[in-house]
Every structure is written in structure tokens, then in C-alpha cells.
Design a binder for this molecule. Structure first.
Ligand SMILES: [Zn+2]
Ligand SMILES: [Zn+2]
Length: 361
């Protein structure tokens, strides 16, 4: 009797459940978990290491996404700060989206605030060679830069306190078989209208431009210059998107700007870091914890824990080479005959020079 009652109850409840769900059955289990990937980099020299991409486009120039999508990408991919840098002069979608150069920032800003992403106001000054393309960051009103005379544009940007980056200096569309610094760039530099250069853009590295940073006292920048979706462009299963690491006193826009003017930046693209020797040396040391596991007359064996997402590829003059895996633990065997320092082949401190380290340190 009891079991019949139970059966009847079960039957009734499942029928009512079915009836109840005939109009709308929710299946939240098939939706994607809203997850932010964390980028692992060490804090160093008392600074926070902020992960930034300062060059990207939207529907408000020649990009193919709405501005808020750039914020979603930045959040999902673990960035701290981005700048949307729509072209001022190359604006094919103007007839569809109107002609206010501030729009992409205005649309994305409230959403960036909600997501905790620092959105820097920027724009791309888009001129033929010379002088080429430039991103003006930390500007306040892009429309004031929308003016035909070249020097007027730079004056307007400077007046707004802009940090100005020369973009893709070795881009073949503008410098087909050279990567040359012109007189106009010296003039801009002298006038305080040039603060940095992209040593990496999208999928191109410009070794010559990298040396300019040291010679001329400007900052190293790596950017995606993304137009479509970031996930369609890069193999994110193997690498983070290209980015600039900025060593800032705190996670604010003002601290970011101060750090960039002080040239505390590292360009990160693929497995390569490019920047000042002191910062890369510190990055290497701050990432690793090394412990001697065992030793015998033939070799020493170390446990190495790497807390950063950058692997380190080491090579000794004697020929011994090994890789410390990214974000994980490695066991490294160093033959007793291996003496002297190691070169880290993926840490670039000059166009033709890699960082030299001691291992263990
Ligand atoms: Zn450009
Ligand atoms: Zn661009």
C-alpha cells in the first residue's frame, strides 16, 4: 500500500514536472563558465606587474567588434589594462556608426569599470610615411586630434598630456625593406611628442626598433593591434596574447602612466620577453625557486619551480642546455663539467644580445 502510494506520488510529480516544463526548460549546464584566465608573472622591485595591451580596434574604425567585446576579451584573458585605439583618419564604418571619435571609449568605459579593467583613452594617428602611425594614450578628447595638419594633431595630443607610441615601425606597407628612424621622429622626440615604440605588433617583431629604445630613451611596447577577435588570431592554448608588462606602483591609471613615462615596461610576445637588462634579470630571479635535490661527482640535480607563465631556455657556453618549464616544476640536471654563466635565449636585452644569468643564483 505504502509503495503504491509512493509510486502514485512519483508519477504525479513527474507528470506535473513535465507539464510545468513544456513551455521552457532551462539548461544552464551547457553554457560556458564565466572564467578569467590568470596570467602568472612575478611582482618585482616593489612594483606590481600590470598586464596591458595598448593597441586595438573596434567597429568605430576598421575593427570588427563592438567596443565592449574588447573589455570582455581583456577580462577573460587576464589583462589589467587596455587602450582602444581606433584610427582617427581611417574610419570606414563612419556612415554606420556616426562620426564622434570618442564613441568607442564612451561605450566601453562603464563596462570596463564594472569588470575592473583599466580602460585608457586612446586613438591611432594614421598617417602615411613619414612619420607613420602613432597611438596617443591618456588623451581626454579624441575629436581635437581629428585635424588635417600633422603637427596640429601632435600638439593637440601633447596638450592633453598624451603618451605617444610609434606603431609598427617596420611594417612592410610603410617601410617595405627597411626599419628606419627618420628626422621627423627625432623632431617629435625633442618636442616631447614621442615616448615609446612598438617593438612588437600583431605577429611582427622589429629588432632594430628594439635598439632605439636604449639609444633614444623610449619605452618598449608590444601590442596585438587586433581588429577581429583575439581568439581567432592567436594560439591561446600555447601563448598569451602579445602584451606590455608595466611595473607600476599600484593598479591605477595614474600609476600606469607614471611607470610608462619612467620606461618601466617589458614587451612580451610568444615566449619572448624584451626589455631592459635589470628588469629581465629581476623577472628571471623573481619567477624561480631553486632547490638542490642531489649531487654526485658527475652532476647536480635541482628542483626548479617557475611561478611565471614564461618558460626559460638556458644555454651554457659548454653546450649544456635546458628549459625551465612555464608555471610548474622542473627537475634540472647540470653536469659537473658545465661551468660559467648561461644565456637565456628567449630573454632579449639588445637586438643581438640575450640575458646572461647564473644558475643556480
Ligand atoms: Zn597602424
Ligand atoms: Zn592599429
Amino acid at each position: 500500500m505504502k509503495s503504491k502510494l509512493f509510486l502514485a506520488t512519483l508519477l504525479f510529480s513527474s507528470v506535473s514536472l513535465l507539464a510545468q516544463n513544456m513551455n521552457n526548460v532551462q539548461m544552464p549546464e551547457i553554457t560556458r563558465v564565466n572564467k578569467r584566465t590568470l596570467i602568472h608573472v612575478p611582482t618585482m622591485l616593489g612594483y606590481q606587474t600590470l598586464k596591458c595591451d595598448f593597441h586595438m580596434h573596434t567597429d568605430f574604425s576598421d575593427g570588427q567588434v563592438w567596443p565592449t567585446v574588447r573589455v570582455d576579451e581583456a577580462w577573460q584573458m587576464g589583462l589589467d589594462a587596455i587602450a582602444i585605439t581606433d584610427h582617427i583618419e581611417n574610419y570606414p564604418s563612419k556612415k554606420f556608426v556616426g562620426g564622434d571619435d570618442n564613441s568607442s571609449f564612451d561605450i566601453a568605459k562603464p563596462y570596463a569599470d564594472k569588470k575592473g579593467i583599466i580602460l585608457i583613452k586612446g586613438a591611432e594617428i594614421t598617417r602615411s610615411m613619414t612619420p607613420g602611425h602613432f597611438n596617443a594614450l591618456f588623451i581626454t578628447n579624441t575629436n581635437e586630434l581629428d585635424t588635417p595638419n600633422l603637427m596640429d594633431v601632435f600638439e593637440a595630443a601633447k596638450k592633453q598630456g598624451a603618451f605617444i607610441i610609434w606603431n609598427h615601425p617596420g611594417w612592410k606597407a610603410q617601410q617595405p625593406d627597411t626599419c628606419k628612424w627618420w628626422d621627423i621622429h627625432t623632431e617629435l622626440l625633442k618636442k616631447g611628442m614621442l615616448h615609446a615604440v612598438e617593438v612588437f605588433n600583431e605577429q611582427e617583431y622589429y629588432p632594430i626598433a628594439f635598439d632605439w629604445c636604449n639609444e633614444k630613451g623610449i619605452a618598449y611596447i608590444a601590442t596585438s593591434d587586433i581588429h577581429g577577435l583575439v581568439e581567432n588570431m592567436y594560439d591561446l592554448s600555447r601563448y598569451h596574447r602579445p602584451m606590455t608588462l608595466v611595473l607600476a606602483t599600484e593598479r591605477t591609471e595614474a600609476a600606469l602612466k607614471e611607470a610608462m613615462i619612467a620606461r618601466r615596461t617589458i614587451a612580451w610576445f610568444g615566449n619572448f620577453l624584451a626589455g631592459k637588462e635589470e628588469f629581465l634579470s629581476e623577472f628571471f630571479k623573481a619567477s624561480l625557486t631553486i632547490k638542490l635535490l642531489s649531487e654526485n661527482p658527475k652532476e647536480k640535480v635541482y628542483q626548479v619551480i617557475n611561478a611565471s607563465d614564461v618558460p626559460f631556455m638556458l644555454k651554457a657556453v659548454s653546450g649544456t642546455q635546458f628549459t625551465i618549464a612555464a608555471y610548474g616544476e622542473s627537475v634540472i640536471e647540470i653536469p659537473a663539467k658545465c661551468k660559467g654563466d648561461f644565456e637565456v635565449s628567449n630573454l632579449i636585452i639588445r637586438s643581438n644580445k640575450r640575458l646572461t644569468v647564473k644558475f643556480p643564483f
